[in-house]
Design a protein around this ligand. Structure first.
Ligand SMILES: Nc1ncnc2c1ncn2[C@@H]1O[C@H](COP(=O)(O)OP(=O)(O)OP(=O)(O)O)[C@@H](O)[C@H]1O
Ligand SMILES: [Mg+2]
Length: 249
């Protein structure tokens, strides 16, 4: 356990559902880490998202489930700022991100958002340590500081013996843990994961799922996870289902 991580997510949505406190929180746009309202997205004549409302409290783990083609990844890309909605609003900590231009959005994303995908997307010619450092270098954090934190993270994730290995020298589970370290390097407020264990065997999947919850418990890290894995969805604080272009709570 590394003592000197500084995470930015001190507040937690830990109130009983349907309580007065929850009602208050639901109507207070500044409480949420993320609040998306009335999101619409079409591809030509295919209306994929038909007015999606979605929010995540700080330190909360929410799973999005639903049939293949239902629009889960489309939604994740929009709330993760990788894509724009046709209409609707996305607030981060009360800040409307549709007002940002492309460059501002890219730096906002690099600083505040982490991603974990089904296929880790590690760069094959770089070592585990270098892959983890890259978002820190893009943020222009001093090199020594980035490397120190990357080593601490890889150590925390049980990979201290693998710093100099390239992705093809790592197991699938190890590669995915490197991707988790890369997602965490800039202390993001929120991490989006799209089928994070979709490419792993059941033992490595379980290890990864436990790791996500450990990160939440140790550091109040917020996660939004798209998954077909029922065990992971059921472990989450909240499970929402994408149905007919909307989210059923
Ligand atoms: N760039 C695109 N251009 C056109 N159609 C798209 C595009 N991206 C997604 N779609 C369509 O939008 C629908 C929703 O796709 P999406 O990838 O969000 O589904 P999903 O719920 O993530 O499915 P899966 O569980 O299989 O990953 C699908 O019918 C898909 O074919
Ligand atoms: Mg998908």
């Amino acid at each position: 356990m590394v003592a000197n991580f500084k995470y930015q997510t001190p507040r937690v949505l830990s109130v009983p559902s349907n309580s007065f406190a929850e009602t208050f929180i639901r109507f207070n746009p500044f409480y949420y880490m993320l609040k998306a309202s009335n999101i619409h997205k079409s591809y030509d004549t295919l209306h994929v998202l038909k007015g999606v409302d979605f929010s995540v409290g700080k330190g909360e783990i929410v799973s999005i489930v639903g049939k293949s083609g239902a629009g889960k990844s489309t939604l994740l890309h929009i709330i993760g700022t990788l894509d724009k909605p046709d209409s609707g609003s996305v607030l981060y900590d009360g800040r409307e991100i549709s007002a940002l231009n492309t460059n501002e959005l890219a730096s906002f994303r690099n600083e505040h958002i982490g991603f974990i995908f089904q296929f880790h997307h590690l760069l094959p010619e770089f070592t585990a340590l270098e892959n983890v450092c890259i978002p820190g270098f893009i943020l222009k954090t001093p090199e020594a500081k980035v490397k120190k934190r990357a080593k601490e993270l890889l150590d925390y994730l049980g990979l201290s013996e693998r710093l100099g290995h390239k992705p093809n020298q790592l197991s699938g589970g190890e590669q995915q843990r490197v991707a988790v370290a890369r997602a965490l390097i800039n202390n993001p407020g929120i991490i989006f994961a799209d089928e994070p264990s979709g490419n792993l065997d059941s033992a490595s999947s379980k290890e990864l799922h436990d790791l996500l919850f450990k990160l939440r418990n140790d550091f109040q890290q917020t996660f939004v996870i798209v998954t077909h894995n029922e065990e992971l969805a059921d472990m989450s604080d909240r499970k929402v289902e994408m149905q007919d272009g909307r989210l059923a709570q």
